[in-house]
Design a protein around this ligand. Structure first.
Ligand code: ADP
Ligand code: MG
Length: 474
């Protein structure tokens, strides 16, 4: 997307002044993060990095992303209940990827014991880029769907106010009034509140399962506050606390420090480094419990890159969502090319194709959180090394999406003000609640726009690459 702010970008002095206003507005509005030096104290905090100017987003693609979100909610929920599909899809992956294998073992163990949980809560975020076609027309293409710990639904609710202020300072008050309000944290909290209510124990609490290092606590506080405002008690605990103090009673109700837990909302637990042996045991305890896990282990597995790749095979969506032809069409329209590297003829051909033309693809392991994918020369070298090894199957291959860059300024603490060529990634938050077999809530809860300089192939906000942004619909 070309920038809608050509005239503004020419006036360096005005931009400098606007940047100072922007940073103070971010602090005033609560676009906050703890510092790297003190990730577990709020005595001194800073602003979460963000763009000086809102970025252009084509309104048709924005609407398309919202329109397909309920379909994605249904799809993720269907996969989470389909043991055969998860087993078949992940069979080759769990042979070589230890982390996925451990998650899968817990999944099987919990199913064998029989599920104690009857209320299911999904909070996901489907991420997209605007792929620029040969004729210059942008198309909505999914990067991935995050089914665990999808973040920034809180902080992003405050960026329209910040960008509105910046545009006004720059003499663009008409444009400022066009920025859309957005509050994913409220929608997330409504889903959590519904699950809590269906759990049916008014004195039970919602537990956020949080990381050892909690720099992004303010993002989570937005959700917590919405719950407190509805008179739902919230506690924050780490895996370590669960290991030490968590217990199940004979009905597999979960207790923490003597309090019954109705909902466990994971903001942790999605990468190998989150787990030591004790944390794995804590995870198993939580999964065995009657508490509503957001997500349960099956839904976390539904969000793996391997599942994403399998969904793109002809016929797969149809078999997962029978009788939902329109939903299938809407979902499929967002898929980029995805390829399996499983051992066999098909995988051999794909590997050779990627080695011959590495700039066309992205190589993805089964990891989350940014900074794990391989591109270009590195992709080629790694594939050449593992082309004849089963290790190949721990990756999937994806067509590289190529958005049109636009100029913007990325505001970060202690960094000089400097223009960058940028691309953006749009995420839509989805929330759903299922009670037994019945879907009782299925919604799109808001959006997140993240923007990064084009020299970084990979990485999100938490990884220090992308920054928060606000869409300016064009
Ligand atoms: P993670 O789980 O680590 O967030 P993603 O699949 O979202 O993994 O990839 C991380 C980042 O890499 C994305 O935010 C995006 O910037 C970039 N990326 C991923 N897939 C593609 C792709 N197919 N084309 C271009 N960039 C991509
Ligand atoms: Mg991602």
């Amino acid at each position: 997307m070309a920038t809608p702010w050509e005239d503004v970008l020419r006036d360096r002095a005005a931009l400098r002044e606007a940047a100072a206003v922007a940073v103070d507005a971010a602090l005033l509005e609560g676009v906050l993060m703890r510092t790297e030096g003190e990730p577990n104290a709020s005595d001194v905090v800073s602003y979460a990095p963000f763009t000086l100017l809102p970025s252009a987003v084509p309104s048709a693609l924005f609407e398309q992303a919202y329109a397909v979100q309920q379909d994605f909610n249904l799809l993720v929920d269907a996969i989470s209940q389909n043991k055969e599909f998860l087993e078949q899809t992940l069979a080759s992956t769990i042979k070589v990827d230890d982390f996925t294998a451990r998650l899968f073992r817990i999944y099987v163990q919990v199913l064998e014991e029989g599920l104690a949980q009857s209320v299911f809560l999904g909070i996901n975020r489907s991420d997209y880029m605007f792929d620029c076609g040969a004729d210059g027309t942008p198309a909505l293409k999914q990067i991935e769907i995050n089914t665990i710990a999808a973040s920034f639904g809180g902080l992003t609710s405050r960026t329209p106010a910040v960008h509105g202020r910046v545009l006004r300072v720059l003499g663009k008050s008409k444009e400022a009034s066009r920025l859309l309000p957005n509050n994913p944290s409220r929608g997330l909290a409504l889903g959590i509140a519904k699950a809590w209510e269906l759990y049916g124990s008014p004195s039970a609490v919602v537990m956020l399962l949080v990381e050892e290092e909690q720099r992004n606590i303010f993002d989570q506080r937005y959700v917590e506050n919405e719950l407190w405002n509805r008179n739902i008690r919230v506690i924050r605990r780490r895996f370590r606390d669960v290991f030490e103090k968590g217990s199940l009673d004979e009905a597999r109700r979960l207790f923490m420090d003597g309090q019954e837990v109705a909902v466990v909302y994971y903001r942790e637990g999605y990468v190998p480094k989150n787990y030591d042996q004790q944390n794995w045991e804590a995870r198993l305890l939580l999964e065995r419990s009657r508490a509503v896990k957001c997500p349960d282990i099956a839904t976390q597995l539904a969000g793996t890159k391997k599942v994403q790749q399998e969904l793109s095979r002809p016929g797969t969506l149809e078999s997962l969502l029978p009788g939902c032809a329109e939903a299938v069409t809407r979902i499929r329209a967002t898929f980029a090319g995805l390829y399996s590297l499983d051992v066999g003829e098909e995988g051999d051909k794909i590997t050779a194709m990627a080695i011959a033309d590495p700039d066309r693809f992205v190589l993805k392991p089964q990891r989350e959180g940014g900074g794990n994918n391989l591109y270009g020369e590195e992709l080629k070298q790694v594939l050449e090394k593992i082309r004849d090894s089963p290790e190949r199957t721990s990756y999937i291959l994806m067509d590289k999406i190529k958005p049109q860059p636009a100029r913007n300024y990325l505001l970060r603490a202690h960094r000089p003000l400097q223009v960058s060529e940028c691309i953006s990634e749009l995420g839509i938050f989805g929330v759903y609640v299922r009670h037994g077999k019945e879907m009782v809530m299925n919604k799109a809860a808001g959006h997140l726009l993240r923007t990064k300089a084009i020299e970084h192939a990979d990485g999100g906000v938490a990884a220090g690459v992308a920054v928060l942004d606000t869409p300016y619909l064009v």
